[in-house]
Design a protein around this ligand. Structure first.
Ligand SMILES: [Zn+2]
Ligand SMILES: [Zn+2]
Ligand SMILES: [Zn+2]
Length: 125
């Protein structure tokens, strides 16, 4: 959390109350969370601020954005990772990202999104 705040300050942003609230909630949430659910947990922050904050965190690469189904989900990107989701029950696990795109000589600031799906052992029984 402290490290995240420092990163944000380093990127030139002030630590405002909504930003702290969003970061804190993301750091306790174990799974990627939608704007709607995030806002439910931090009602003191209005929805527009939640949106703005998430966009800003996305720009500074502090959050992962994944589109799962029709929803945009956010989680902290302090450790590069992806998710694998059970198609039947929605059970989710994180997997470490081992991708390295350094070989793209004609690109910088490369983003990638990957969501794996499968059937968990529980559902497969
Ligand atoms: Zn995640
Ligand atoms: Zn399952
Ligand atoms: Zn990756």
């Amino acid at each position: 959390m402290e490290k995240l705040k420092k990163q944000l300050v380093k990127a030139g942003y002030k630590m405002t109350a909504p930003r702290i609230a969003v970061l804190e909630e993301l750091s306790v949430s174990r799974h990627p969370i939608s704007v709607r659910n995030l806002h439910k947990k931090i009602k003191a922050v209005n929805r527009a601020s939640v949106y703005r904050t998430l966009n800003l965190l996305e720009e500074s690469h502090l959050v992962n954005v994944e589109v799962i189904g029709k929803e945009k989900l956010y989680c902290l990107a302090n450790v590069p990772h992806h998710h694998i989701i059970c198609k039947q029950c929605g059970y989710m696990e994180e997997i470490k990202c081992n991708h390295n795109f350094g070989y793209f000589k004609n690109f910088s600031n490369i983003h990638h999104q990957l969501t794996l799906t499968g059937v968990c052992n529980k559902c497969a029984k």
